[in-house]
Design a protein around this ligand. Structure first.
Ligand code: MCA
Ligand code: AMP
Length: 499
């Protein structure tokens, strides 16, 4: 049966004995073994009750089996829903009850916490441990290594990815087979990824960057992937000579620049370094070139759209810009309040239209209507302008968002937690510059009149409810927050005060 993503990404490799994945322990998996494992995963999922269009929620370690689970989900007609392994139980409970998956895959250590939500939505819970054992693999092992692919057209959902909302609740971005394949094709062509490439993969596999940008392009091109459990500059240094490609967030590049031994010679075999998910400082760009002789290629994307723009492969990679719209994708600048297109060189809202743009937010028609225009333009929430040569510069964000080490953090979510603590009148969470993570989270808390707020309590409550990367790195107790005449908190004023 035709299945858009599976047919392009996995089926062509079913008989290939070439190495696809190499892991930290030196284990290798060929393309053929990978597609066989994906088929076994598809059987295991179906046996556990996955229906075409059903969601498979995955909170699992970065392993070959997890990637096979992704491809197996697509093959079985399911919708892949990856979730950050750092999320706390209350965070995960929200995603599971909102997405109502057929299947939830997680480590057994989390099973007890997640079982009630699974029971509520009628999901089957299977386990996948960091050593590859667990009930999922136990079920997969005995299954056939081929699977009758479930039909999926370009319009069918392939993935559901949550992205936090500026007004609190996270929104599930519905991505179709057509969205994902068109983007993978555009990037593979543009970045000239081929079967001769070997990608160093040190990103997490629960976000667009590490899963779709990195894995979909590699599968499409038949490239090899060196799968690292996490970012480790020394491990990358060891793998550079046998590799050609690295995709990372700016923190990867600043950390590599801080690593002795990261030299031109060490990078001699490398073809391309790609950066995204957060702004790459022009300074980092220049230092990187001076050190390695390579100009980092910066691109720009979003969960809702996959990638939108990229600096050129051939031609000038301009620091401080995210390049040109991808072939097939349109980008325009509009007036943030009126939505009308602005003139050349003017700064405004970045809007995106094309085959990469998602179908809408899961169960949130009003939110979808607010951000996705009827004629297909998606309102990104990022502000920018095209320079005189057509390179897109991102100048800021209209959405209240902090990007720390490539992870998006919505201040509102943290403020809601802090405001719920007894004795807290109100709070404001801001991002301040950080040399390692780009931005760091800082909380300003105003106690109720006559009350003392215990910082230990603030930390404790943040730890209970929020993933570690969202925790404020410092708390400041103040008598009040700066406001404009409309009563709105002036976060720009707070940022300069706190800086
Ligand atoms: C880890 N910590 C963090 C972060 N990562 N805190 C804030 N921001 C972070 N990004 C916490 C750890 O829990 C730890 O807490 C402490 O900070 C220091 O951890 P460290 O060991 O230094 O961190 P790490 O494990 O080396 O991770 C840093 C990292 C990682 C490699 C930059 O965060 C990472 O892989 N980021 C990539 C995120 C990503 O893939 N984003 C793409 C989203 P403690 O000290 O208490 O233990 S997709 C996207 O944005 C769009 C679509 C796009 O365009 O790509
Ligand atoms: P996410 O919600 O995780 O999809 O993150 C998407 C956001 O990351 C975008 O809306 C931008 O604000 C930001 N982003 C991604 N790539 C870049 C980049 N190269 N430069 C600046 N910001 C970026």
């Amino acid at each position: 049966m035709p299945n858009v993503m599976y047919d392009a990404l996995a089926a062509p490799h079913a008989a290939s004995t070439k190495t696809f994945l190499t892991d930290d322990a030196g284990g290798t998996t060929s393309f053929a073994d990978f597609t066989a494992l994906a088929a076994q995963m598809a059987h295991a999922l179906t046996a556990a009750g996955l229906r075409p269009g059903g969601r498979v929620a995955v909170i699992a370690p970065k392993r070959v089996e997890t990637l096979a689970l992704y491809v197996g989900t697509l093959q079985a007609g399911g919708v892949y829903l990856p979730l950050n392994t750092a999320y706390t139980a209350p965070e995960l409970e929200y995603f599971l009850t909102d997405a109502t998956p057929d299947i939830v895959i997680t480590e057994s250590a989390r099973a007890k916490d997640l079982q009630p939500a699974c029971d509520t939505v009628g999901a089957q819970l299977l386990t996948l441990e960091s050593d590859g054992s667990g009930t999922l693999c136990a079920s997969a092992t005995g299954q056939a290594t081929t699977f009758e692919t479930v039909e999926r057209s370009g319009k069918d959902l392939a993935a559901l990815l949550y992205t936090s909302g500026t007004t609190g609740r996270s929104k599930g971005a519905m991505l179709t087979h057509g969205n994902m394949l068109s983007n993978a094709q555009a990037l593979t062509d543009l970045w000239q990824i081929t079967a001769q490439d070997r990608l160093i993969h040190a990103l997490p596999i629960f976000h667009t960057h590490g899963l779709f940008v990195a894995m979909n392009t590699s599968l499409l091109a038949g490239a090899q992937v060196r799968l690292m459990e996490r970012f480790d500059a020394d491990a990358i240094l060891r793998d550079l000579p046998g590799s050609t490609l690295l995709m990372g967030v700016p923190t990867f590049y600043t950390r590599l620049l801080d690593t002795p031994g990261f030299t031109k010679e060490a990078c001699a075999n490398m073809r391309l370094f790609i950066s995204g998910s957060a702004p790459l400082l022009a300074d980092t760009h220049e230092s990187f070139e001076a050190r390695t002789g390579h100009r980092i290629l910066e691109r720009y994307g979003m969960t809702e759209t996959n990638m939108n723009t990229s600096n050129p492969y051939d031609g000038e990679r301009r620091a401080g810009t995210v390049g040109f719209p991808l072939p097939g994708t349109e980008v325009r600048i509009t007036c943030p309040s009126e939505g009308t297109p602005l003139g050349k060189g003017e700064t405004g809202m970045i809007e995106v239209r094309g085959p990469n743009v998602f179908k809408g937010y899961w169960n949130m028609p009003e939110k979808t209507a607010e951000e996705l225009r009827a004629d297909g333009w998606f309102i990104s929430g990022d502000l920018g302008r095209f320079d005189e040569d057509g390179y897109l510069e991102i100048s800021g964000r209209q959405k209240d968002l902090i990007i720390s080490g490539g992870y998006n953090i919505y201040p509102k979510e943290i403020e809601d937690v802090l405001n719920g603590i007894p004795g807290v009148l109100e709070s404001a969470v801001i991002g301040l510059p950080d040399p390692d993570f780009g931005e760091k989270v800082v909380a300003v808390v105003v106690p109720e009149a006559g009350q003392d707020v215990d910082q230990a309590l603030l930390r404790q409550e943040a730890a209970r409810q929020l993933a570690r990367f969202k925790h404020p790195r410092s708390y400041h107790i103040e008598d009040g927050l700066p406001r404009n005449t409309m009563g709105k908190v002036q976060k720009n004023v707070l940022r300069s005060q706190m800086a």
